[in-house]
Design a protein around this ligand. Structure first.
Ligand SMILES: Cc1cc2nc3c(=O)[nH]c(=O)nc-3n(C[C@H](O)[C@H](O)[C@H](O)COP(=O)(O)OP(=O)(O)OC[C@H]3O[C@@H](n4cnc5c(N)ncnc54)[C@H](O)[C@@H]3O)c2cc1C
Ligand code: SF4
Ligand code: SF4
Length: 322
């Protein structure tokens, strides 16, 4: 559900919210926006709305955002794509008033904490419609009778395994306090699945150990083949003007597999067996595919060869406590 904000507006001013607008377009029932469309917001939804308006025939698709590019929550490549398609930006601006055919913008400045502050400087620009893309509220109507599930600030409270205060009920993605992106939602799905598995088996959820990020100097880059990154095919800009064809195409199965093989697995053992092979004292024990390896400390003399030879920096030497 798109968030609304109270902007002083004349009776016939055309204001709609971005999620409804995008739904209508997806349902093949686009609303009439006119030639000059102003989108208010700074996230991916604002960019989607402006790019969609361009495809529907808007000559001006202007995004009004109260902060600057550095503070914009939208993904950088989405902004780049939008600008390439003729969307324009009004940084450091807020909408003060909407009337038929015009809107009044107020210029903003950022304070030391990066928050926008009003300047009292106004400007009028032409606009046939205003699309509000000010974020979304999660639809929690499903929970109206679930009194044991705690909701705060419009999202569901969860433990670290994503279980809600209702026993055996888990939540994730946009429904919980977190960054609202597709990757976070997918990650939550995986985490919640682990939590559900532990709950059903009656054991405490295992938290996978997070190790430090392997620095570049810990990698042995010679181990990996030198391979150019596969570029995903992109639809030419001129062919995007009046249709909703896919803009950035996916990879073929062959290329996707190739890309996956370019992963250097930084800090994560990928069972190359190097340590097992190079240890002069046979101190590296193979535990089978899932168990990976263990160092038999009764045999290890601490020469560090395995650390040196591990391609991905997965082994760390810790000084012995005496
Ligand atoms: C316009 C727009 C553009 C975005 N662009 C990006 C982007 O470029 N990159 C990015 O990373 N993120 C983007 N996001 C955010 C991203 O889409 C969300 O963060 C992500 O989809 C959240 O996943 P989710 O599984 O929590 O919820 P959703 O993807 O919303 O999935 C919830 C599902 O539950 C279903 N549902 C709801 N109620 C019920 C019910 N009572 N019974 C059964 N099913 C129900 C819904 O129909 C829906 O299918 C965008 C969001 C919007 C709105
Ligand atoms: S530090 Fe040396 S002895 Fe110990 S496991 Fe590594 S290679 Fe083997
Ligand atoms: S720890 Fe390193 S060297 Fe040993 S098997 Fe894993 S990736 Fe290979």
């Amino acid at each position: 559900m798109g968030k609304r904000v109270n902007i002083p507006a004349g009776d016939s001013a055309r204001i709609l919210d971005a999620v409804t607008f995008l739904h209508q377009v997806a349902d093949d029932n686009p609303p009439l926006l006119g030639r000059r469309v102003v989108v208010y917001g700074g996230g991916d939804t604002a960019l989607d709305a402006a790019r969609t308006a361009r495809r529907l025939g808007a000559t001006d698709a202007v995004i009004v955002y109260r902060r600057n590019q550095e503070h914009m929550p939208a993904h950088g490549e989405e902004l780049e794509q939008a600008l390439g398609e003729g969307v324009t930006m009004r940084w450091l601006s807020t909408i003060n008033q909407v009337d038929v055919g015009t809107i009044v913008l107020e210029k903003m400045r950022l304070n030391a904490e990066g928050f926008p502050e009003a300047t009292g400087e106004y400007e009028e620009i032409g606009a046939d419609s205003v699309v509000l893309a000010l974020g979304q509220d999660t639809d929690l109507s499903l929970l109206t009778t679930a009194h044991d599930i705690h909701v705060s600030d419009g999202v569901v409270e969860v433990e670290s395994d994503l279980m809600t205060s209702g026993r055996g009920i888990f939540a994730g993605g946009d429904a919980v306090p977190a960054e609202r992106t597709a990757t976070v939602a997918v990650g939550h799905g995986k985490k919640a699945a682990r939590g559900i598995d532990a709950f059903v088996r009656g054991v405490s959820p295992a938290t996978p150990v997070k190790h430090d990020v392997a620095a570049f100097e810990n990698l042995n880059t010679w181990y990996y083949s030198d391979a150019e990154r596969t570029q995903r095919p992109e639809l030419e800009r001129v062919r995007r003007q009046d249709n909703f064809e896919e803009v950035v195409m996916g990879l073929t199965e062959r290329n996707a597999l190739f890309e996956a093989r370019r992963c250097m697995s930084c800090g994560n053992c990928f069972e190359c067996d190097n340590c097992f092979g190079v240890c002069p004292d046979n101190a590296v024990l193979k535990l089978g595919q899932s168990g990976k390896y263990e160092i038999d400390l009764d045999f290890c003399k601490g020469c560090g060869i395995c650390v040196h030879e591990c391609p991905c920096g997965a082994i760390e030497m810790i000084p012995e406590r005496i």
